[in-house]
Design a protein around this ligand. Structure first.
Ligand SMILES: *[C@@H]1O[C@H](CO)[C@@H](O)[C@H](O)[C@H]1NC(C)=O
Ligand SMILES: *[C@@H]1O[C@H](CO)[C@@H](O)[C@H](O)[C@H]1NC(C)=O
Length: 513
């Protein structure tokens, strides 16, 4: 069916009279592009070997309470490594946490944990489908059947209203236009185009917290023309060919699970900090927007493509940025552009740049659980490849790697009673008897190529699904060839440094609280 869909979409684009009305263009662009997206696929492999590592101190002591969302914002005031030296830095908030203005609309807009995990699965399936070469038709079919499986599972789970974890999931505030308007955007290393909803919302805008950006009120705004080279760059940045409305360049981008934005490709002044201003920043001015963006104004794309904010600000920041995702939704982290404040003790693993132009590929060499090096054949990670993604919540591992991890973890957690699986999380514990006492959980560390060993924070190992139940915060992929994803739960409190120009990714513990 999807093979036919591809033919249909290409033919439709060729035959389409693109000087239709704006509405028709925007509407049909979504239809065609949703078919076309499955027609642009890519994948390749390439890896290096590495060495083994042994941990010294093998358990974290944590309180289940520390894993539950707090209701009061307590922004990081404690100086963390390099914080006084950071210049171009933005505060990072959990989208649904108490530090975010978005959360004032609670509880109606705060997704439940099961919703978060179900959205996470959609994102993962979408990323994996984009990276698989020929078998996209099967892939999408599988994705749909998985979704149905998830739905069935979800039906058995009591919804927990007001429960927040954040999907997609960390936001920063930036300024756009003249005079400057403040916009809260999701930051995403898994995509490239930055966009915001724009007036007059010709087709549709979802509800957002900030006033919707009005291009006609900005004296520095301009449309990108259809014939410009910038317009044609959209193909690689979004995976969809641009369209035209009269002379204006029209973009379309979708993120899986029916989330998308379509609108005019535009230029305006981007203000990151009072001294960091970019006059002709290229972004999407969305006239038709739908999906899982919560109440944010849109998205900031930190991928590797020439249209990403990383590339567009390269002259000033040298394609270098870092962030730290806070351990709970009640604290704050940072997103810093440029090198300032990055610790000299940062350990770097090379990016595997042989793989596509957008995602950040890295190589997992080994994983330890409770000091035990897991016995996983190297070829397992080579077969899948791995990306690091700020927008995926739960780390996905190749099936055999995950089952090995789970077996060792279970053995070391034997003394805690088991609890039923929860959504995509299959290794859960009933801590009713441990509500107010500390529990001891095995440390987990990842070694990436270049012998870069990263110990996960205690907050990056378990997810609390209630005040008495926790689950291992990892999941296995359905297929050995699906790409592995190092997700944002596992990145918590780590300073993660992207030296894109230098082709390497750095990790540093204790980047934020
Ligand atoms: C941008 O293009 C659209 C569609 O052609 C048009 O309605 C709008 O007025 C243009 N804006 C500017 C500032 O040129
Ligand atoms: C690892 O897997 C590869 C490919 O499946 C196989 O050829 C090799 O013998 C395996 N190595 C070990 C040590 O099991």
């Amino acid at each position: 069916m999807y093979a036919n869909g591809c033919q249909y979409a290409h033919k439709a684009i060729r035959n389409k009279n693109i000087s239709n009305s704006l509405m028709a263009t925007l509407y049909s662009f979504v239809l065609y592009s949703s078919l076309l997206i499955s027609c642009f696929l890519q994948k390749s492999y390439g890896f290096e070997g590495g060495r083994k590592a042994i941990t010294e101190d093998h358990f974290h002591t944590i309180q289940i309470k520390s894993l539950l969302p707090a209701s009061i914002c307590s922004p990081s005031t404690i100086a963390t490594k390099g914080s006084s030296k950071r210049q171009s830095t933005l505060k990072v908030l959990h989208r649904h946490g108490p530090c975010s203005q978005q959360s004032q609309d609670k509880p109606t807009t705060t997704p439940t944990l099961s919703e978060v995990l179900s959205h996470d699965q959609s994102r993962v399936e979408y990323i994996q489908a984009r990276l698989v070469p020929n078998s996209n038709a099967n892939k999408i079919k599988d994705a749909n059947s998985n979704k149905n499986k998830l739905k069935d599972k979800k039906a058995n789970i009591p919804a927990q209203s007001g429960r927040s974890l954040g999907s997609g999931n960390y936001i920063v505030s930036v300024g756009l236009g003249t005079p400057t308007k403040t916009l809260s955007l999701i930051f995403d290393t898994g995509s490239d185009l930055t966009w915001t909803q724009c007036q007059p919302c010709a087709r549709s805008c979802y509800k957002q917290q900030d006033p919707i950006f009005s291009p006609s009120s900005s004296t520095s705004y301009s449309n990108v023309s259809c014939s410009s080279s910038q317009c044609s760059q959209l193909s690689s940045a979004t995976g969809n060919n641009p369209s035209c409305s009269i002379a204006a360049c029209v973009y379309g981008i979708q993120y899986g699970d029916q989330s998308f934005s379509v609108g005019f490709f535009s230029k305006d002044k981007l203000t990151l900090t009072p001294t960091d201003v970019f006059p002709n920043f290229l972004f999407g001015c969305g006239q038709n927007n739908q999906g899982l963006f919560g109440n944010t104004a849109g998205l900031i794309g930190l991928g590797r493509d020439p249209l990403s904010i990383v590339s567009q600000t390269a002259q000033k920041y040298g394609k270098y940025f870092s962030y730290c995702l806070p351990s709970t939704s009640s604290s704050t982290g940072h997103l810093t552009l440029g090198k300032s404040g990055v610790s000299t003790t940062t350990k770097f693993t090379p990016f595997d740049s042989s793989q596509g132009k957008s995602f950040y590929f890295i190589d997992i060499v080994s994983i330890s659980v409770g000091g035990q090096l897991l016995s996983i054949n190297q070829s397992v990670f080579k077969t899948s490849g791995t990306i690091i993604d700020s927008g995926t919540v739960i780390t996905r591992l190749p099936p055999t790697a995950y089952s090995t991890m789970r077996a060792v973890f279970k053995q070391l957690m034997q003394k805690y009673p088991n609890a039923p699986a929860y959504s995509i999380l299959d290794t859960c514990y009933d801590l009713s008897n441990y509500k107010n006492v500390a529990i001891s959980i095995p440390k987990i560390s990842f070694t990436f190529s270049g012998n870069v060993k990263v110990d996960l924070d205690g907050s990056g190992i378990l997810v609390a699904v209630s005040t008495t139940q926790v689950c291992l915060a990892f999941a296995g992929n359905g297929d050995a060839s699906d790409v592995a994803i190092f997700g944002n739960t596992q990145q918590k409190t780590l300073e993660v440094v992207y030296d894109v120009a230098g082709g390497k990714l750095g990790f540093n513990p204790g980047g934020c609280k």
